[in-house]
Ligand binder design. Structure first.
Ligand SMILES: Cc1cc2nc3c(=O)[nH]c(=O)nc-3n(C[C@H](O)[C@H](O)[C@H](O)COP(=O)(O)O)c2cc1C
Ligand SMILES: [Zn+2]
Ligand SMILES: [Zn+2]
Length: 607
């Protein structure tokens, strides 16, 4: 059962295939390709006898126990007749989002070099410092460098990781002093390559709750007052049993659609409407409260009031005909967004950040808000439940950060109205394709507020269908993870038969961006590896254009097991977690001892 990473690729299967007659092969190929939901690839690339392999090598003990338990269950149930095949059953056990992921092993601090010593400064803790001060020992124990050049030294003229850099030889004297390219360093110091870095002063103010939120508080109070007045007014209207008639023909036309939107939002909102009123049939729900004291400002505005933009907002961005990279938790990190910018995406957005954590000045949450200089149209996505905290958070963002827009994620219902209108209800999940007619209705209702069509985009043809609607543009999420060059394809209206080498070069760029962002010391390298592995758990789903029988690939179709046109293409198509780790080792050297990995978003690591 133990399979190594090497077993993940399919040399053994190929040998078995050799012994078949071509007629037998044809029959087998048809059986595979005729299964529902399978992507159509050219039969000559099919792996007819793929045996599902479990790569257990890099699983934590806890996950292994889980697997064992499902094996035992299988034995107890006898010969398993009628049930799903064992591998499928194991997958079932491990399906969905992996919540019990192993906690990363923290480095023992006595083994870690003291940050002061690394920066060639004196340590103010002296002998009491919990970190190591022994440079010679550190250097003697340090593993071989991962490569001859350091991205940070090359780009900034100084590598801030000094002797702890895993590429450190390139910027170190014989007596272990950090070399600085003074002219480049001086030049780069003046540039703001990455913006929205939390400075100590601001962090202190937030920690001490000394930040002045007067503007936000005033706004919230004003809106709460308006809403209360409005609720009062409507109460009076209702009591008089006067129904507000829609005279506007356009509004009447949209009546059904509004009903549809409301029913999509569902009873969820109805149950929360005790202290709020839905005024006319054609009102657009902008925000709902959770009904607690803090957040009595639940806002229902009519078309004319709610959607009219304030003068300050009008000078903002032209959203029309733009390609938007969706916010993506974990995988939509800054290095990944740089890759997508290189591929032609127009709008980028940070990973979802929690407004309360931002307001508290939490470093890890602020790290999500960082903006790379290549991101010329950039927004932050914040999530929260209370209008007052969200307003304060928006003030903070507006005052302190460089952003072009704020994307509010207040949970699913608001998504429907605000921006992320997937033409797909929650019940549909990812199995049925997006319904563009529905998006069209929503976009009409939302005008002049820009509405981006989002859901299942994987080719320029998919985008065409999206843009036939009244949507301002297309937003891509999984499609960008599967093939970031989707933005190039969409802009140039072509199917790019990108080579495996080109794809590998893209991964090299990602790794370099990662070392720049997360660091080129041991911790930075391992962070980069983890984010790379998370991304690889999407990337393998790409089927090369030259392998496909029917172009373009559809996002809801599963690839059959196949061999690529060369070894690298085969490796990049592997759904085996052990192979992803192998790819990471080709880019970042061997994994550290005791390494384990389970992707956050996928159970696909077990094929
Ligand atoms: C891995 C992953 C992470 C996501 N993270 C977020 C997020 O942080 N905020 C958000 O609003 N939507 C998030 N989404 C939803 C996507 O933005 C998008 O709406 C959804 O995946 C549908 O688009 P698609 O069919 O192009 O994937 C995420 C989706 C995926 C697959
Ligand atoms: Zn020290
Ligand atoms: Zn370095």
């Amino acid at each position: 059962m133990m399979a190594s990473a090497e077993d993940g690729t399919n040399a053994g299967d190929a040998a078995q295939e050799m012994s078949r007659t071509s007629a037998e092969k044809d029959v087998l190929a048809r059986q595979i390709l005729d299964r529902p939901g399978i992507a159509q690839i050219k039969p000559e690339f099919l792996l007819l006898d793929h045996k599902i392999k479990i790569s257990e090598e890099f699983l934590s003990n806890k996950t292994k126990e889980k697997l064992e338990a499902s094996k035992e269950e299988k034995t107890e149930n006898g010969d398993n007749e009628g049930g799903p095949p064992p591998s499928k059953r194991m997958k079932m056990k491990l399906k969905g989002r992996n919540k019990n992921r192993p906690v990363h092993q923290k480095q023992d601090s006595s083994l870690k070099m003291c940050p002061a010593i690394l920066h060639e400064q004196e340590c103010r803790f002296g002998d009491k410092c919990k970190f190591s001060h022994d440079v010679k020992k550190f250097m003697a124990d340090k593993p071989e460098d991962l490569g001859p050049t350091c991205v940070n030294f090359q780009k900034f003229g100084r590598c801030q990781y000094g002797i702890s850099c895993r590429f450190g030889k390139s910027h170190m004297t014989e007596d272990f002093r950090n070399i600085i390219n003074e002219s480049l360093y001086a030049e780069m110091k003046t540039k703001k390559v990455v913006r929205n870095v939390l400075d100590k002063d601001l962090q202190h103010k937030l920690w001490k709750r000394k930040y002045n939120f007067e503007k936000a508080n005033k706004n919230t109070a004003q809106i709460q007052k308006e809403v209360r007045e409005r609720v009062e007014l409507e109460k009076v209207q209702r009591e008089g049993k006067k129904r507000v008639e829609c005279t506007d023909t356009a509004e009447t036309d949209h009546g059904n659609s509004v009903e549809k939107v409301k029913s999509e939002i569902g009873s969820d909102i109805e149950s929360k409407t005790d202290n709020q009123t839905i005024s006319t049939e054609s009102d657009v729900l902008l925000q709902t409260s959770d009904g607690t004291k803090q957040s009595e400002a639940s806002v229902c505005l009519s078309d004319s009031e709610g959607i009219r933009l304030r003068p300050q907002e009008k000078k903002l961005i032209d959203f029309s005909n733009k390609l938007y990279l969706a916010p993506l938790t974990t995988v939509g990190n800054l290095p990944f967004r740089r890759i997508c910018k290189g591929m032609g995406v127009d709008i980028t957005c940070c990973e979802m950040a929690l407004s309360t954590n931002i307001l508290q000045g939490q470093m890890s949450e602020w790290a999500l808000l960082k903006r790379h200089e290549s991101e010329d149209l950039f927004g932050v996505q914040i999530c929260g439940a209370f209008p007052d905290t969200l307003t304060r958070c928006c003030q903070l963002i507006n005052d302190e950060l460089s952003v072009d827009f704020v994307d509010l994620n207040c949970g699913c219902p608001i998504d429907l109205v605000f921006k992320k209108i997937h033409g797909r209800s929650r019940e549909q999940r990812y199995t049925r394709l997006a319904d563009w007619e529905y998006i069209d209705e929503c976009a009409k209702l939302g005008a002049p507020m820009p509405v981006f069509g989002n859901g299942d985009l994987l080719s320029y043809e998919d985008l065409d269908a999206c843009l036939k609607t009244n949507a301002s543009g297309g937003m891509v999420a999984r499609g960008a993870l599967i093939k970031p060059w989707i933005f190039t394809e969409m802009k140039e209206r072509r199917h790019w038969d990108i080579s495996a080498n080109e794809r590998f070069d893209m991964l090299k760029s990602y790794v370099n961006f990662g070392l720049e962002h997360w660091g080129s010391d041991l911790q930075g390298v391992e962070n980069t590896r983890r984010f790379l592995l998370e991304w690889l758990s999407f990337l393998y789903r790409y089927i090369p254009v030259g392998v496909l029988d029917q172009v373009p690939q559809k996002i809801n179709e599963r690839p059959p097991y196949y061999v690529g046109r060369n070894d690298l293409e085969t490796l990049l198509a592997s759904s085996n977690c052990g192979d992803w780790i192998k790819i990471s080792e080709m880019l970042l050297g061997p994994v550290p001892e005791g390494f384990n990995f389970l992707p956050k978003h996928k159970a696909n690591a077990y094929k």
